[in-house]
Structure formats: structure tokens, C-alpha cells
Design a protein around this ligand. Structure first.
Ligand SMILES: Nc1ncnc2c1ncn2[C@@H]1O[C@H](COP(=O)(O)OP(=O)(O)OP(=O)(O)O)[C@@H](O)[C@H]1O
Ligand SMILES: [Mg+2]
Length: 351
């Protein structure tokens, strides 16, 4: 297997800069999720790594080796794109074998390798089926088998699960993670699904406007977003705008919020608080000494089965609080409630 090192890569199309000085180290055997809004440069970055397109500046190394002059087929990278197409007239076996045949692999080895790849995606015995005789999830697994059959060092997955319904998607997520672990392949995974990114990967990077905004473990990114954008793009966040005063955040109505660490800067500041960190407190005895407390008016309760979402208002600020559907309070719209959360869950972010 191999690590992938992207150093100071920039790429423009005409006068549009799609990637701007991006540096990322994709660890050997790691599972890295790339997140970012549409047009942020995710696919463009994968295309540079695969060798379909070339950076204007910067360098890409695979397994320590600069790949500038290495063509696509020599980079030993498996790929699966969102609109992967299986050959409709070819059997499952031939679809998976295709990448080996174009590489002039001996017939006997092809048979063994295809068998192995199909076993890995749990499709042994489906060799002779045609794509139209498979379910959507099975077709997707054939595409995955095709991407890994020639034992690439690196696997690039560009929203591979986006076409699937929720149940299939969850099943495929488990399979993907299992296969990635068994094969130990360096995987770079693009997804729009934040939960998928958090659950599957050991590292997450957020791209915005062609720049890497922040990266870290899923937990680091979720618990310590550095920008309001990262906080709201990966998960939900309540944003409080105020003025830093004496280390605390002073809101317009005079409420003071204590933060993770005393605020070092002065002037306008924004803090993010995750909706599940906030509790609706009915009994002040439940308040601990380091809680932030805020009065708010309930506007709406959204029932989502296993959880409830409360939409509230504090002055000009809309707030969202998540609660598990376990002895949840019966609250009426218009009711004033008291919200409380730990100062450690109040994260200063760049606006
Ligand atoms: N060949 C090209 N010529 C001109 N512009 C391009 C080309 N390829 C990509 N772009 C532009 O570069 C930007 C980044 O595109 P890219 O496909 O990398 O986005 P993305 O992050 O993958 O988005 P999505 O989530 O929608 O797939 C977009 O604004 C796109 O229009
Ligand atoms: Mg894309």
C-alpha cells in the first residue's frame, strides 16, 4: 500500500481557480473523507491524484514517489465514481475481470483474482449474472470489486453510495469499511453525507472554494470546528454572535456565555454550540456551576421518531436543541424555557 502526499497543489480552469494551494497527507492504509459543498474542488483533487488532469503547480507523491510523469494506468489506483457504469452486456465476472484483461494478466490469475474480489464484496456465485439481473446495491458492489480487483495501492471513491437508498447505503458503508480494513488500502472518499464521513473515516478534511479549510479526526472536526462554516457544514451548530468581554462572550441582551477557554481576543466574536449539547432545564437544581444559561422561547417541536428537535428563539438568534425521545418534556409553542449547557461546549469560531 502507499501514502498519498498532496503538496501545495493549485489548479485553474481559465481564470477560475478550482484548487488553491492544497496540501494533504493521506496516510498509508488510512480512510480519509473529503467533504465540501458542490464546486469546492473535491472531484478536481481526485482527478489530479488519479492522473486524469495535472496540477498547475505543486506536487503529488504516491508511496513517496512523485507521479508527475506517471500516466493514469501506471499509478495503480482503483476508482469508483458516482456514475460508475458497468458494461451492460457483460457478465459480473467479465465486468470485474476487465481491468485485469487490459493489463494482460494471465487467464488463470484473472480467475483467481476475480473470485477473490467477488468474495470480498460478498457476491460469490453471481459470476454469470448480467448487471440488469442485480439489485442496485449488488451492482454497486460489482463496481467496487472492479475497482479493487487489480490490487491498487490507493482507492478513490467519489460519492460511491449517493445513488443508494438509506438501507442499502448503511449496508454498503459497513461493507466498505470492512473491505478497507481487510485489504488495508489507502482510501480517499468523497461524500456529501456528513454522518457517513464521520462514521467511516479516520480523518476528515473540509474543502471550500478550492482550499482546505480544516482537517482532523472526525471527533476533532466535530468537537473543535475552527470556523462557523466548518461547524455548520459538518453537523448542526447554533451560532452566537457577541462581543468578547473579560474573557466571556457578551450577547446583545447582556447574557454572558463562558467559553471552552477564556476568550483571548477582544471585539466581535462568534461561538458555536452543538444542538445536542444543550438541555432544556426545568429544575434549576440540575444546573452545574459551569453551565451557560439562556432564556429562549419555543417556536416549534419537530418529532423525528428517536429524537426531537426544538426550534427556539433568543432575541434575533434562532436556536435548535436536540433531545432524545426519552421522557421528553411536553412543551407548548410560545412557552419560555431555560436552556443550559457546559461552558466547555461553547466553541469560539471564526465567523
Ligand atoms: N474541466 C473543467 N473546466 C472548467 N471548470 C471546471 C472543470 N472541472 C471542474 N471545473 C470547475 O471547478 C470547480 C470544482 O469542481 P469539482 O468537480 O471539483 O467540484 P466538487 O467539489 O467535486 O463538486 P460536487 O460536490 O458538485 O461534485 C467547479 O466550479 C467546476 O465548475
Ligand atoms: Mg464532485
Amino acid at each position: 500500500m502507499a501514502s498519498v502526499t498532496v503538496s501545495h497543489v493549485s489548479k485553474s480552469f481559465g481564470d477560475f481557480q478550482a484548487l488553491s494551494d492544497v496540501s494533504i497527507e493521506f496516510a498509508d492504509g488510512g480512510f480519509y473523507a473529503l467533504l465540501g459543498p458542490s464546486g469546492s474542488g473535491k472531484t478536481t483533487l481526485l482527478r489530479q491524484i488519479a492522473g486524469f488532469s495535472f496540477p498547475d503547480s505543486g506536487e503529488i507523491r504516491i508511496g513517496g514517489e512523485a507521479v508527475e510523469s506517471v500516466p493514469v494506468e501506471k499509478r495503480n489506483i482503483g476508482m469508483m465514481f458516482q456514475n460508475y457504469a458497468l458494461f451492460p452486456n457483460m457478465s459480473v465476472f467479465d465486468n470485474v475481470a476487465f481491468g485485469l484483461m487490459v493489463r494482460d494478466t494471465p487467464r488463470s490469475e484473472i480467475k483467481a483474482r476475480v473470485g477473490e474480489a467477488l468474495e470480498l464484496v460478498r457476491l460469490s456465485g453471481y459470476d454469470e449474472r448480467k448487471p440488469h439481473q442485480l439489485s442496485g446495491g449488488q451492482r454497486q458492489r460489482v463496481a467496487l470489486a472492479r475497482a479493487i480487483v487489480f490490487r491498487p495501492q490507493v482507492l478513490l471513491l467519489d460519492e460511491p453510495l449517493s445513488a443508494l437508498d438509506k438501507a442499502l447505503r448503511l449496508g454498503m458503508q459497513v461493507e466498505l469499511k470492512r473491505i478497507q480494513r481487510e485489504v488495508g488500502i489507502t482510501t480517499i472518499f468523497v461524500t456529501h453525507d456528513q454522518e457517513e464521513a464521520l462514521t467511516l473515516s479516520d480523518k476528515v478534511g473540509v474543502l471550500k472554494d478550492g482550499k482546505l479549510l480544516q482537517e482532523g479526526t472526525p471527533r476533532e472536526l466535530y468537537e473543535r470546528p475552527r470556523t462557523a462554516f466548518a461547524a455548520t457544514f459538518l453537523g448542526d451548530a447554533n451560532l452566537f454572535n457577541g462581543i468578547a468581554d473579560d474573557g466571556e462572550l457578551a450577547l446583545a441582551d447582556g447574557t454572558r456565555l463562558r467559553t471552552l477557554e477564556p476568550l483571548a481576543r477582544s471585539g466581535r466574536m462568534t461561538c458555536a454550540v452543538r444542538p445536542e449539547k444543550i438541555a432544556i432545564v426545568e429544575d434549576s437544581a440540575q444546573l452545574s456551576s459551569d453551565s451557560n444559561v439562556l432564556e429562549a422561547e419555543l417556536e416549534q417541536t419537530i418529532f423525528a421518531g428517536n429524537s426531537l428537535s426544538y426550534l427556539l428563539r433568543h432575541g434575533d438568534t434562532s436556536l435548535r436543541v436536540f433531545a432524545q425521545n426519552r421522557a421528553a418534556a411536553d412543551l407548548q409553542p410560545g412557552q419560555r424555557v431555560r436552556l443550559a449547557w457546559c461552558s466547555a461546549d461553547t466553541i469560539p469560531v471564526e465567523a
